[in-house]
Design a protein around this ligand. Structure first.
Ligand code: PLP
Length: 348
């Protein structure tokens, strides 16, 4: 079997999750009748310190339903030029919601410069008097930051963005697909970040290993709007308790073990740092994502193909960069084996 480091989305449900699926109490969730979904939504709300939660099919749907709930057509979503929402979600906020994606440059650590966020906000005096500018609707942050190598953004940075957002009366949406990785890596509760944002999206189906789904959390009024948007997107599910049940296991039993993924990621990072032709800053590996570079895009493509042939699956991140992600199902031994196999893929 290949050592699959393409993503933490390849995780398989645990035996406890399968058991929970088989025995879940269910009902019609569009009527609010599924007790397991209701339990999951209440649990996520409690864990994030928000009023309410909503179970959605994916991180992409969670981000889109949130943006639709925050913005009107023609409003701007202010977000990083390296964000997942900008790069990998099919421009859905524009395609479906008529929103303008206004990108600002992303620092190497995944933060967005505060002055760049401020400059991206078109003031009411501009859009009301001159009718040139699309009005701002929401600011988006991402934590951990995928394309910045799983970097952890500090709560103090969130406090700074929240102060800025408050000055302009803007909401903040957090793409927290891997927020629990940030929490475990920092030894802090997720509420240290969520208390600074208006809404958050959390993936259950990455390192937490559930087969399907994400949560969005926010105020009761926000979740009401998001629930409507979820229905518009075709995400109103019926006896969804069978997939919510492993989500409950994910949130109650799978968070602390993310520390293991962070340890195995370091093993991988230190291992590949010794390979000829590989550039990596091992000190930047804070969570379960390891990004390294080869001299050129063509070299990375060749290396990825050779690695797959040898039994190690990697993702191409463009511009000569390759990504490895550790997860439930990848052991220390797998990482040592992967490094040995990758060594055989280096050009002499
Ligand atoms: C940071 C981030 N946000 C959102 C998503 C989207 O999640 P999904 O694949 O469940 O749509 C991902 C998926 O990899 C992600 O890495």
């Amino acid at each position: 079997m290949a050592i699959d480091l393409r993503s933490d989305t390849v995780t398989l449900p645990t035996p406890t999750m399968r058991q929970a699926m088989a025995t879940a109490e269910v009902g019609d969730d569009v009527f609010g009748d599924d007790p397991t979904v209701n339990e999951l939504e209440a649990l996520a709300a409690r864990m994030t310190g928000m009023e309410a939660g909503l179970f959605v099919t994916s991180g992409t749907m969670g981000n889109l339903a949130s943006l639709l709930a925050h913005c009107q057509r023609g409003q701007e979503v202010i977000l990083g030029d390296e964000s997942h929402i900008f790069h990998y979600e099919n421009g859905s906020a524009s395609a479906v919601g008529g929103m303008v994606l206004h990108t600002v440059p992303t620092n190497a650590d995944g933060t967005l410069p505060l002055d760049a966020i401020e400059a991206a906000i078109h003031l009411p005096s501009h859009h009301y008097h001159f009718y040139h500018w699309a009005p701002p609707g929401v600011i988006c942050l991402e934590n951990t930051h995928n394309r910045c190598g799983g970097s952890v953004l500090a709560p103090s940075y969130f406090a700074d963005v929240a102060a800025l957002a408050r000055r302009h009366g803007l909401p903040i949406h957090l793409d927290g697909a891997r927020l629990f990785n940030a929490a475990v890596a920092s030894g802090r509760p997720v509420t240290d970040w969520t208390r600074h944002v208006t809404s958050v999206q959390l993936c259950l189906s990455k390192g937490l290993s559930a087969p399907v789904g994400s949560m969005i959390c926010g105020s009761a009024a926000f979740i009401d709007r998001a629930r409507r948007m979820r229905k518009i997107l075709g995400g109103g599910m019926r006896q969804a308790g069978v997939i919510a049940a492993p989500g409950i296991v994910a949130l109650t039993q799978m968070v602390d073990r993310l520390a293991e993924d962070h340890r195995t990621a370091r093993t991988l990072a230190e291992g590949v740092s010794r390979l000829p032709g590989v550039t990596i800053d091992v000190a930047k590996v804070q969570t379960n994502i390891v990004i390294f570079s080869l001299a050129a895009a063509s070299e990375a493509e060749r290396f990825q193909a050779a690695a797959a042939e040898a039994g190690v699956l990697l993702s191409d991140f463009g511009a000569g960069r390759l990504r490895m992600v550790t997860h439930y199902g990848i052991s220390e031994d797998d990482c040592r084996d992967a490094v040995r196999l990758l060594a055989g893929c280096c050009l002499a």
